[in-house]
Every structure is written in structure tokens, then in C-alpha cells.
Design a protein around this ligand. Structure first.
Ligand code: ZN
Length: 187
């Protein structure tokens, strides 16, 4: 299970119904189409109900749970771009879960690896998104941003202390940051 921390509370968010429509719209973006296609190619088909809008009590924007699918927290998102990002990020977790038969979400290194890939490959750390979050540093920003977000997600894993998360992240960083499947096969 992987959960993504949401930005600071404050904005209202959306209703579950609005969020469900936004999820449907995200299916028309090239990244989501590409990932769905590759999930299916890898034999990981999922039904219409795989991605659900839900109301979340924890301060998270979304998550992926094996056997259940992807959730997008309607009350912690506002814009279409945020929904697209959550869907893309969680689809990368779903892809990792499917392709690696022995992926253990309770293992901090496994979890960190999937967070590194999802954070890097989803474009979560594109400089425009970082500017919106108020992080202005440009040089080296992408890796700093991915590291910060990996730490937030992995330390939220009840099996991973902050020290364990940091060690796990550094141990697998190079391999996982450079593992760009399925995007290495992009046209
Ligand atoms: Zn994640």
C-alpha cells in the first residue's frame, strides 16, 4: 500500500462525484493512456472500478492498495492537473506491483523504489509544479523534490521509521531512479 501526502489543508476540495468525472477526464491524457496500455500489455488488466474517488480523513491526496486499486481523495484535490498527477503516480505503483511478483510494500526498500520511480516518472517534480508549491530552487530541484516526496510517503508506511526510510531510499536510489520502465519503450 502506498499513500501520497496531500499539500497543506485549506482549499475546499471537490465532491466525490466531481472527482469521479475528473478521473474519467484523466483517461484522455496521453500519459494515462500510455500507462493503461502498458499495464494491459503486462497482463495487469483492471476494471472500470479500479480508480475510485473517495473522501479521505487522512491528509493524503491518494493511494494504491493491492487488490483494491487506486483511490483519489476528492476532498484534497482541486484542479484537473492534480487528479491527473495522482492517477499517473498511482498507476506507476500499480505497474510495479504487477510486474514484480514479490514486491513487498512492508519492505522499506521496495516501497522506496516504487516511490522513486513514481515521483520521477510521473512528472510530479516538474519545475512548474515545484514553483506552485513554493519551492524556488532550480538547480538540482528535480532530485531534491523526488527525495522529499519519497521520504513523506515511505515514512507514512508503518513499517518504516525515518532512519529506515532514508537508508532504504539511498540504497536503491541509483537503480530505481534509472529504471524507467515502461517509458523506456516509449515511441
Ligand atoms: Zn507513491
Amino acid at each position: 500500500m502506498a499513500e501520497e501526502p496531500a499539500p497543506k489543508p485549506g482549499l475546499e476540495g471537490r465532491t466525490v462525484e466531481e472527482c469521479q468525472d475528473m478521473i474519467q477526464r484523466s483517461f484522455r491524457t496521453p500519459m494515462v493512456k500510455f500507462l493503461k496500455e502498458h499495464l494491459e500489455k503486462a497482463g495487469c488488466t483492471f476494471g472500470d472500478n479500479f480508480i475510485k474517488a473517495v473522501h479521505c480523513n487522512n491528509q493524503i491526496s491518494g493511494g494504491y492498495v493491492r487488490g483494491e486499486g487506486i483511490m483519489v481523495c476528492s476532498n484534497h484535490i482541486n484542479m484537473q492537473d492534480e487528479v491527473n498527477q495522482v492517477v499517473i503516480h498511482e498507476l506507476i505503483h500499480a505497474y510495479d506491483d504487477c510486474r514484480a511478483a514479490n514486491l513487498d510494500w512492508a519492505n522499506c526498500a521496495h516501497h522506496a523504489c516504487s516511490e522513486i520511480r513514481a515521483g520521477h516518472l510521473s512528472g510530479d517534480c516538474h519545475y512548474k509544479r515545484e514553483l506552485l508549491r513554493g519551492y524556488m530552487k532550480i538547480r538540482g530541484h528535480e532530485q531534491d523534490c523526488v527525495r522529499r516526496r519519497v521520504m513523506k510517503s515511505v515514512t507514512a508506511n508503518p513499517y518504516c521509521s525515518e532512519a529506515a526510510a532514508k537508508d532504504a531510499m539511498e540504497a536503491v536510489w541509483d537503480i530505481c531512479y534509472n529504471d524507467t520502465k515502461p517509458f523506456d519503450r516509449a515511441p
